[in-house]
Design a protein around this ligand. Structure first.
Ligand code: SF4
Length: 178
């Protein structure tokens, strides 16, 4: 699909590390050059890093999803044992409420992240290999509050058909919004 450069720009939320912001746990970024260069000039980006906005700092020890014996999934920093589940849920609820007021047309999330990952995020258990059945807590709050928003992970957008479908939904959303 050709990007409609002459029309008003769609506004797309994005995991900040994908834009090149150095917000990852290791102080680095995960700039997706191919995607950003392809879309960049035609998009108004709204970057969000849930972990930094929560006050976890950069660099920081990594966090992950862990399943308790009760079956409950928690967001844990293994190096300290700190449990960020409640703090992240409450931050995410507030932040997606703000984002709901920004008239976003889409959202691109960083895959595999316990905060931003949309699908197949690792959930660690007492023993054995992690299962890839989780969803990041920020992503969970985002799609619960904005169920009609086009949302994709950056990895899947390297597939031209997925990208075309995502952009079609984004521009459709923009047309309806205007
Ligand atoms: Fe921040 Fe999400 Fe990127 Fe992790 S994946 S660094 S939480 S924006």
């Amino acid at each position: 699909m050709a990007i409609e450069a002459a029309s008003p720009k769609p506004r797309i939320g994005i995991s900040a590390c994908l834009l090149g912001q150095e917000v990852r746990y290791n102080g680095g970024h995960k700039r997706d050059a191919a995607l950003i260069e392809r879309l960049g000039p035609s998009i108004e980006w709204v970057p969000v890093c849930p972990e930094v906005e929560l006050g976890m700092g950069t660099p920081r020890p990594p966090i992950r999803l862990e399943r308790r014996r009760s079956g409950e999934v928690r967001l844990i920093m293994p190096s300290s044992g700190n449990d960020y589940t409640d703090a992240m849920r409450s931050y995410a609820e507030r932040r997606v409420e703000e984002l709901a007021g920004l008239d976003l047309d889409g959202y691109i999330l960083k895959k595999d992240s316990p905060s931003c990952g949309l699908r197949d995020v690792e959930i660690h258990q007492d023993a054995g290999a992690p299962s890839r059945t989780g969803r990041g807590l920020f992503a969970e709050a985002l799609i619960a509050r904005l169920p009609d928003l086009p949302v994709e992970e950056e990895g899947r957008l390297h597939d031209p058909l997925v990208l075309e479908s995502f952009l079609a939904r984004v521009f459709d959303h923009l047309r309806q919004r205007r």
